[in-house]
Write a protein that binds this ligand. Sequence first.
Ligand SMILES: Nc1ncnc2c1ncn2[C@@H]1O[C@H](COP(=O)(O)OP(=O)(O)OP(=O)(O)O)[C@@H](O)[C@H]1O
Ligand SMILES: [Mg+2]
Length: 261
Amino acid sequence: MIVELRHVYKNYIQGKMETPVLKDINFGIEEGEYVAIMGPSGSGKSTLMNIVGCLDQATSGELFIDGRDVSKCTDNEMADVRLNKIGFIFQNFQLLPRETALENVALPLSYAGVPVKERRKRAAEALEKVGLGDRMKHTPLQLSGGQKQRVAIARAMINHPKILLADEPTGALDQASGRAVMEMFRALNDEGITILMITHDANIAAHADRIVEIWDGELRYPEGEEHTFTGSAAAKNKETGAEQDQPAGPEDAEETEAEHE
Ligand SMILES: Nc1ncnc2c1ncn2[C@@H]1O[C@H](COP(=O)(O)OP(=O)(O)OP(=O)(O)O)[C@@H](O)[C@H]1O
Ligand SMILES: [Mg+2]
């Protein structure tokens, strides 16, 4: 699995009040999968995505990204995972308003220490790829919503991440632009990119291979599709002695978490 969450909880603390937002999230995404998360407003979708994207840390639980236990990472190591493994797409595009499309797309490369000439070349290629070769010098104000989201996709993919995280990527778009974004996601997924997409829209979710629902901070799986833990996480569990109290006998073997396939 390229992403795995294990007993993840998130509580927001404001003063003396603690609000539980994510409750025992157990969830995995296979490499190359395209998963949609649906759920009502306030159910914890963005919170979940921000944790998977290493933008925020869980209150407790474990997160594995591409085999790495991110829950034990320092802030710097998390930034590294973010930069190299993950691309982000947001409903409101999150482009720098004063910078051109080209500069926006090139930005992650500057964090990665790529020389300026190479940055420009690669950003221009990425914009060509999303059909915006003729809009490179435009600022976000001079672009349509659909075009802005294509710039955001080019930026998200510029470091060749393995995982694309998208929070309501079509939420601010008309139907035609939304469809164009979905076609790009399909093409990226066909190239092997793993996609996790949040959406309210069942028609948009239908583009994914698998839909998972979240209600009030808890994931709901279709019957028989509950998450089973991978070998590495289950082995880790043994290491930490998390379930040593009840060693699994042969009769309850199917209830252990090691049997992942
Ligand atoms: N920084 C914060 N401090 C306190 N509570 C927060 C914070 N961020 C989110 N919450 C609470 O966590 C819950 C989940 O928020 P989240 O943004 O994850 O919901 P969502 O499912 O993405 O909703 P929407 O569909 O409206 O975007 C909400 O009840 C929200 O009020
Ligand atoms: Mg949200």
